[in-house]
Design a protein around this ligand. Sequence first.
Ligand SMILES: [Zn+2]
Length: 664
Amino acid sequence: MPSHYTLRMQFGLHQSPADITQKIVTTARLAMADEIMLFFFAEELNDGHDTLERIDQWIEHSRPYRQALQEAGVALSLNPWHSLLHTDRFRQRKPDQRWQGMVDQHGTECTAVVCPLDADWRAYYAETLRRYAREHFRVIWIDDDIRFHNHGPLDWGGCFCPLHVAEFNRRYGLQATRAAIVANCTAPGEPHPWRAMWMDMWDDTQLALITNWRNIVEAEGCRLGLMSSEMGQHAAEGRYWERWWQAFGGDQPPVHRPHFWGYGECAGADLPEFIMRLDQNRSIQPEAIESDPEIECFNYGRWNKPFRQIGAQMALAHILGSTGLNISLYDFMGNDPDDEPERAEFLCAWRPTLDWLADQFPMSLQPMGIGVPWSQEMGRRKHTDGSGNWQSLVCSTRGWGRWLMGAGLACTARPAPAVNAIAGPVAWSCTDEQLHAWLAQGLLLDGGAAHILLQRGFGPHIGVRDGRMITQADACYSVEECRDPAFSLRTGAGISVNAGPYAATIFQGDLLPGVRLASMLCNPTHEDVGHGLTLFENALGGRVAIVPWQPHDFVVAMTIQRAVQLRNTLRYLAGNSTLGAAEGGPWLTPQFLTDGTIWRGAVWNTSPDAIRAITLTLPEGMPVPTAAVHVDGEGQRHAAQLRDGQLQLDRPLHQWEFVVLTDA
Ligand SMILES: [Zn+2]
């Protein structure tokens, strides 16, 4: 299957339809677009919830260029920018829009963003969808504002309005106040029963609303598409994904637009984060799905994000399995696509390679590597920090992915058969059965996860009798010194644990006999003040490693000493199984995928320093690839050589370029 380009564009009522028609048809042809997705009322052209009269004007105004595109064989979809609306930004509901505004946990109410339970708004929004659906768009997208989180200016989001509180009380026969609900749902310790009840109420009412919307648009032959956001935030809403696929897809494969890459130019160190984000989405999608990730580049143009990074973004989407790409390179103000004709040229130049990648990496492939598991129920099961804020239900999940891929090790967002890695509060969301299974294999724990497993009664399996989280106020640790040559670049190698957020709070345990100490924490005068990396072989036959620090979601303090320590530790945990890895420079990130029959790989260089040779370790079960293809920053392909585990590149592998491992 080839790729499928959908260009996302918006033109306003202030522009001449004849002028737009000519430009949009030309741009679609030059950019090799299969589909145009029109926005209505987005960003700069958003004036809150638009009136039905204005919606009719947008529909009529766009008719000439929609017809011209259809005659040119270009498919059409529509993304009305608001359902609930993303954010106020000083917009107001119009005088006759007497709807309940969205309300946050403190009682602050939005001036424009609405509560999804308001009956009059629901009638209005259903009518907008009827009008759009009569235009027979292929897909009508519901933007990711159909969420509870991230609605400025609210704190975390909503909705905790009187309608929602009344619905909660009606369902469960209670007389709770908003303050009592928030306090109980965010209380520390074992989650209060109200948390699941509240999240069930949120999820049920949203899904009833969306099911009605699907019925409206499907009656006219359109599909209803879902855009989604970050998984930790959705888990704090209590979202059950299989129910969302049912609501959006009905008896057809759902249509999904996952978000996975930063909007502006990102650092090379961020690639593992983007791999993990998209993999998390892929891991909860049903097998039959139309998945068209968002290639968002707000606020557009090459000053914001260079083409070579956008090319990498599109390529990664296909490496992890995508049916198409929702490409945003054009702004919402209706600026002339010819203002920067290089955009269409860029898309055209990359198209053959993206078609090739879509073919090389079919949707049936799954990533293989160190498992970095997570759970859609993490917001429901997490023990909070006691801050009382809804934000405390958001759970970070991708820290280990950033650090392990940063050390050149392949990872996956799904549980893995040989080695898994858990960091921080996500450990609350793993079931006892999962933990038992993983403890009988290889398991890497950070300090936070080790502390949680200790509290959950798994101490004997991780080599810890008792333990606590401490700070530098308790012991002035500043250097982690490697003592065991098997887990070090060399004995005596130092790794800083002085100032980074990953070392702000660390775990110190009373260790069981038989625990192997691979490093020690030292103070500034080089006295031992605690244990560092510990290794333990438990009675289940598994191997467990604990690092006292906590891999941070954003700050990755990688050095050659830390990278070698992590690689050696993970290889020990894997036992007789081989882990996929790439070495030869900083920020070399490998990916390996299989469906059980075919195997594929990709190795990225995201460092600004060019690479000429890479030492590859193929994962357990992967046959030696018979072809290696270097994809450069302009989307051109060049043969590379793979001999005896060494990738030799005829030309340097520059930043955001990658090598595909495949079969000739
Ligand atoms: Zn509400």
